[in-house]
Design a protein around this ligand. Structure first.
Ligand code: GYE
Length: 311
């Protein structure tokens, strides 16, 4: 009843829009913030949001999308866990004339199967992280270990590529180990422990590049438990800019992060509202910004600011 009452007070367009959201899961702090912002954005706009948590499984996402189609929703948001395997279900949405907006990850599928994608430039994010390291180490030899995101996901593929592009031609910097940590703290810690064991108790490692902050936070714990100083003995650079990494930066235990906004739903709902109102087609890619933060950027202040923004 309160939902109905709320929707009557809101002006045309969004008021009667029902949107299904197939979320990946809750692997990271960034993901949790995206979920909470999507829900609050929907509420503010009087959008009836149907939320489905896929627990990291594409098959659950496909089931959720089919159920949204069966319910006759007005639009569907998908945060696609992996990049491939979406054509079939997207064809079904297209046949039902339900616009689909991709959130935070890209897919390998023809562009006419979705309305738009709201994501960062993930190759660029990897490049920004790599360029920070290139600058920071100068001519010194630096062995890097890499914690990759979820295998087959666009951020894992692209963040790896961008970082490699940045260090290409700098022969003093080498990636000596690279493995997935699935974007989680637990896996990040576990895999970092194995890297440390394999590399002379960590003495052979100069830097960690993690595809997200959560894995970096887990790895920082592993570095400390091995008796080394994260941020000094092993430099730490990662992506997302979640509050916890700023605490680590303030303590000197992390060095740099590349910011990813958790507010993907705002631009997605803006595009859908316009599309529903008069058929305005958004660009195929709505790109969010990627800003570098280091220890010089008053990390505790950023921490406080971030805390209010969905985290
Ligand atoms: O960086 C990571 C997450 O898809 C770009 O997914 C997103 C990534 C984000 O869980 O923390």
């Amino acid at each position: 009843i309160s939902g109905l009452m709320a929707s009557t007070t809101i002006a045309a367009g969004a008021a009667d829009m029902t949107v299904g959201f197939s979320q990946i899961g809750s692997e990271s702090g960034w993901r949790a913030a995206e979920t909470s912002l999507t829900k609050s954005q929907a509420e503010e706009r009087g959008i009836d949001l149907k939320f489905a948590d896929a627990q990291q499984k594409q098959e659950n996402q496909i089931k959720a999308v089919r159920s949204f189609i069966a319910q006759g929703v007005d639009a569907i948001l998908i945060a696609p866990v992996v990049a491939t395997g979406w054509e079939g279900v997207l064809e079904e949405a297209k046949d039902a004339e339900i616009p689909v907006v991709l959130l935070d990850r890209q897919i390998d599928a023809p562009e006419d199967l979705y309305l738009t994608a709201v994501t960062s430039d993930q190759v660029h994010e990897g490049k920004v992280a790599g360029e920070w390291l290139v600058k920071d180490v100068g001519d010194a030899e630096c062995n890097v270990v890499e914690l990759q995101g979820t295998t087959g996901s666009s951020p894992a593929i692209n963040r790896k590529q961008g970082f490699e592009e940045a260090i290409a031609g700098h022969d003093n910097i080498k990636i000596i180990r690279s493995q997935t940590g699935d974007f989680t703290r637990t896996k990040g810690k576990e895999v970092m422990e194995s890297f440390i064991k394999a590399e002379d108790g960590g003495k052979n490692i100069c830097a960690l590049y993690a595809h997200n902050d959560d894995m970096a936070v887990g790895a920082i714990q592993a570095i400390k438990e091995a008796g080394l100083k994260p941020g000094t003995d092993i430099k730490v650079v990662s992506i997302d800019a979640v509050p916890d990494i700023f605490q680590a930066m303030a303590a000197g235990e992390a060095n740099a992060t590349v910011e990813l906004t958790p507010n993907m739903a705002g631009p997605a709902f803006d595009a859908l509202e316009k599309y529903k109102a008069d058929g305005t087609e958004p660009p195929k890619w709505i790109q969010t910004e990627s800003k570098l933060y280091t220890q010089a950027d008053d990390p505790m202040k950023v921490y406080e600011e971030k805390k209010g923004l969905g985290y």
